[in-house]
Write a protein that binds this ligand. Structure first.
Ligand code: GAL
Length: 688
């Protein structure tokens, strides 16, 4: 096969290919992967050759089309420095290729071998307390270590030279889950790099001092050498410094990705490159900065076992991943067939739950469904983690469900390349998250994440499709934009939101928003100065409640409750739509609407729960022409649309009772308890 042949097999839609190729000159989907991709992580170095043969046979039986290999294989490929053992990997490649299974080849840089750490003890990750973390586990070395960076690009180059032209190679999978378990390192390399980074970012020592407000508490740096990382301190660390440290750490790790990716692009420009994100579950990485750096967005998602309605959090994660992919097809790179092994109680999935989870990702734009891992390990840290081929073997329920899912995804092949459409965007910004969750805030438990999840769940329950967007993105395509937790807003973001509303948009802003600038500094002019003009109000004081207290309010004629947060508002043009009836700001305004330009901006100065938020959102829904859909509780109806107008529907029933879901233009869908039903509505019906 030639390289051209690979390219002609790229099955993403013509417009995807064109857009991606124009931007990057590279393919945007695993080469040769047709339909929906199905498979998982395969770690063959644990097994004998006989097992590989059986594995490949069983993969075919299960409908597997692609596997990810090599992410942790460095020590098996290069057991001693410079001594390469390729034969086993050559053979695995050959077996997979013969079976028509595509290969997603990992660079093994999340697990440097023992010899590397023996030769370079200085490359170990150093934690905040100054402890150098030992080998014997996994997780990268210090991302700022020159020796690590050199070794990582070296092994990447060796792999690309060996397998770059292999006909089974479909995709590069750089590293594994950047940002976890290593999100920061306090090595001397990192501290030196941080000093240079801070001087570059702010332009001079004086500018660093100004940006971090070091005049307060006598922290001013007299010479650059005094700039330090946020090491343990007797009291609260400088919050602006902490925020910059988070930015720096995310960028250091991104530099590691770029270095490997650039080697791959240089040697194999015909092969797309991904790295597996953990969309909202890894807080260390600013994925908006990463998403444009990959050819294909891929994501790992694991259910929170302790949460009985964890399918809502799954939905949020999948919607965020699609948004990072800017609506293009994305890959669910890992999830689990049943329980994981790293939570407190690792709850097994119920019959049908695995397929329901998988199809929930697909309904939100995933064109690949992959698992960790193919065959359950006998040894090592993850031997109690579920797998596609569990310890109980092929007579198990899990295996039967794995094979059934493979067949089901094959039937849904024409979903590939279809799109999810959303009229609503929720603002999401890692920088704001980092800043809001720093210590010494008005209330520690006004959590950025919880605010967003609550607002998201209101839309989830109303069956309104949602994208996520960065506050500086072009928002003009959305009928409604929600900013549940925009504590930090850059000047550009504040102008963007103002322009969105001015030009006819509908914006709803949550409490404790527009408070600080990009350096975690309160702007002169009040506690919400960035948003005061568009909201038509000033926030004069934050008034959190005592633990256990509540404040009652009335909004849209409905009695509601705040459990955590109130604010003292002064209106400057906005109309009150809700007021407190008791609590610290009794008689004060709790919610507002402000007509601004051709649009309107709403503000909620309280923490409402999911039920109570319905009253807040009714006005914005009306203005945006959105209607909550009436479906049984905990049932979802997802839609993907093809370029020819065909609608692909996926109904998910998270309850223990069968349900009937009515669908415009098609027969009602009968969805079994805990199950899934799908339908295609042809374009002719949609148009008619
Ligand atoms: C992921 C990781 C996999 C595996 C999995 C277990 O975070 O990428 O290698 O450890 O967790 O749930």
């Amino acid at each position: 096969m030639t390289r051209d042949r690979f390219q002609s097999l790229d099955p993403s839609t013509p417009s995807d290919r064109l857009e991606h190729a124009q931007r990057t000159g590279r393919p945007s989907w695993p080469l040769g992967a047709t339909g929906l991709v199905y498979g998982g992580d395969y770690n063959p170095e644990q097994w004998t050759r006989e097992t590989w043969v059986e594995d490949v046979h069983l993969m075919q039986e299960a409908g597997v089309t692609m596997v990810s290999i090599g992410m942790f294989s460095w020590a098996s490929i290069e057991p001693r420095r410079g001594e390469f053992h390729w034969e086993w990997l050559d053979e695995v490649f050959a077996l997979l290729h013969e079976a028509g299974i595509r290969v997603d080849l990992g660079t093994p840089t999340a697990a440097p071998p023992a010899w590397f750490f023996r030769e370079h003890p200085e490359a170990r990750v150093v934690d905040r307390d100054g402890r150098a973390l030992g080998p014997g586990s996994r997780g990268m070395a210090c991302p700022s270590s020159p020796a690590y960076r050199l070794a990582a690009t070296g092994i990447t180059r060796a792999l690309a030279e060996r397998y770059g032209d292999h006909p089974a190679l479909a995709l590069w999978h750089v590293h594994n889950e950047y940002g976890a378990p290593v999100g920061e390192s306090f090595s001397r390399f990192a501290q030196d790099a941080f000093r240079d980074w801070a001087l570059r970012r702010h332009g001079s020592l004086d500018a660093v001092n100004a940006a971090w407000g070091t005049a307060f508490w006598g922290q001013a740096f007299g010479v650059p050498e005094e700039i330090h990382a946020p090491l343990p301190t007797p009291s609260m660390q400088n919050p602006s410094l902490e925020l910059d440290w988070r930015r720096f750490s995310s960028e250091q790790i991104l530099e590691c990705f770029r270095a490997e990716r650039d080697v791959l692009h240089e040697l194999t420009p015909h092969v797309p490159v991904t790295t597996n994100f953990m969309a909202h579950t890894c807080p260390n990485i600013d994925l908006w900065k990463w998403a444009d750096e990959v050819d294909v967005v891929s994501n790992d998602h694991y259910l929170i076992a302790a949460d009985a309605r964890n399918f809502v959090e799954l939905a949020l994660d999948a919607d965020l991943t699609r948004s990072l992919a800017r609506g293009r097809p994305w890959m669910l790179m890992e999830h689990s067939t049943s329980g994981v092994n790293w939570q407190g109680r690792n709850v097994a999935k119920r019959p049908g739950e695995m397929a329901r989870n998988s199809l929930s990702h697909v309904g939100r734009g995933a064109d690949a469904v992959m698992f960790f891992q193919w065959r359950a390990s006998l040894k090592g840290a993850e031997k109690f983690h579920s797998a596609m081929l569990p310890h109980a073997g092929t007579s198990s329920r899990i295996w039967r469900e794995v094979a059934e899912l493979g067949a089901q995804l094959e039937e849904l092949a024409d979903l590939q390349g279809t799109r999810v459409h959303a009229d609503v965007a929720i603002l999401w910004d890692w920088e704001s998250h980092w800043a809001q969750d720093l210590p010494w805030r008005p209330a520690d438990d006004l959590s950025h994440r919880a605010q967003i999840q609550t607002w998201y769940e209101r839309l989830w329950r109303d069956h309104i499709a949602v994208d996520f967007a960065h506050p500086e993105d072009d928002l003009s395509a959305y009928r409604l934009v929600l900013a549940p937790a925009s504590y930090l807003l850059s000047d550009a973001a504040a102008r963007n939101l103002e322009a969105y509303v001015h030009d006819g948009g509908n914006l709803v802003v949550g409490p404790f928003s527009g408070v600080v600038d990009g350096e975690d500094g309160v702007r002169p002019g009040g506690l919400n100065a960035a948003l005061a003009p568009v909201l038509g109000l000033e926030v004069h004081e934050f008034c959190p409640l005592r633990d256990g207290d509540e404040a009652r309010l009335v909004l849209d004629g409905k009695p509601l409750r705040s459990r955590l947060w109130c604010e003292d508002l002064q209106l400057r043009g906005a109309d009150a739509i809700g007021s407190y009836t008791d609590g610290p700001v009794a008689e004060g305004v709790a919610a507002t609407r402000h007509a601004y330009g051709d649009g309107a901006a709403w503000y909620l100065a309280s923490d409402l729960d999911v039920e109570d938020l319905a009253a807040m959102f009714s006005g914005p829904y009306l203005a945006a022409g959105l209607t909550a859909r009436d479906l049984p509780e905990d049932v979802e109806l997802l839609e993907r649309r093809a370029e020819d107008g065909t609608r692909h529907l996926i109904a998910l029933n998270h309850t223990a009772q069968p349900v009937t879901v009515s669908v415009d233009g098609a027969a009602p869908l009968e969805v079994p308890a805990g199950g899934v039903a799908t339908a295609r509505v042809p374009a002719s019906v949609t148009a008619g």
